[in-house]
Design a protein around this ligand. Structure first.
Ligand code: SF4
Length: 192
């Protein structure tokens, strides 16, 4: 099967969903490549992170048997990735310029429900552990953590210990909720 990938708007950040789809199809023996308007595809995925406020989808695919589009940018109600794809190690070679860092989520959801933010509505109003670090990290020097509110997760101390044990440089890309800091978790953060 020939599979095409379209990263609609994340040009300065790797699209984790497409990285997982690439790995999944590659392991199946499918031919995976960035979509081109030339040629024909059995399946094309379009992934869009941002809504019209920040990006536009001007891409029309007419050369595929099937087109699947997903992501927050297409509005609420979209399907999640199947479990076996959500938890696969991403294909880091899809974005060579970002090689050397591991990207992923250890937790999802947030209890804050800030009015401007889609996380609580999309992922739930509590933070839950979704993975251990080894699921997406294999010794890279840098970890780009995408968790919306790690400190709200009941398992965050064990997850912070995993991050500390990695000895990698950790970028908490979504920040840390200062209202949930405590002497215990600050002590753990100091080890990361
Ligand atoms: S992820 Fe951040 S911005 Fe979004 S609801 Fe939680 S605290 Fe608010």
């Amino acid at each position: 099967m020939k599979v095409g990938l379209i990263d609609v708007d994340s040009h300065n950040f790797p699209n984790l969903c497409l990285m997982k789809l690439s790995e999944y199809h590659t392991r199946r023996g499918d031919r995976v490549e960035w979509w081109s308007p030339k040629g024909h595809y059995d399946l094309v995925y379009k992934s869009r992170v941002f809504t019209d406020t920040y990006s536009r989808d001007n891409i029309t695919v007419t050369n595929a048997d099937q087109v699947i589009q997903g992501g927050t940018g297409y509005g609420p109600g979209g399907k999640d990735l199947p479990y076996e794809i959500e938890h696969i190690r991403p294909d880091y070679f899809l974005y060579p310029r970002f090689l050397g860092a591991a990207y992923g989520f250890l937790s999802r959801g947030c209890p804050r429900n800030c009015g401007f933010c889609i996380v609580s509505g999309k992922e739930g109003r509590r933070s839950v552990k979704v993975a251990d670090l080894f699921e997406f990290w294999r010794g890279e020097d840098e970890i780009k953590l995408l968790d919306p509110n790690l400190l709200a997760c009941p398992d965050h101390e064990a997850l912070l210990e995993q991050l500390a044990d990695s000895r990698a440089l950790v970028d908490f890309t979504q920040g840390l909720d200062i209202r949930l800091t405590s002497p215990d978790n600050i002590s753990l953060l100091n080890k990361v």
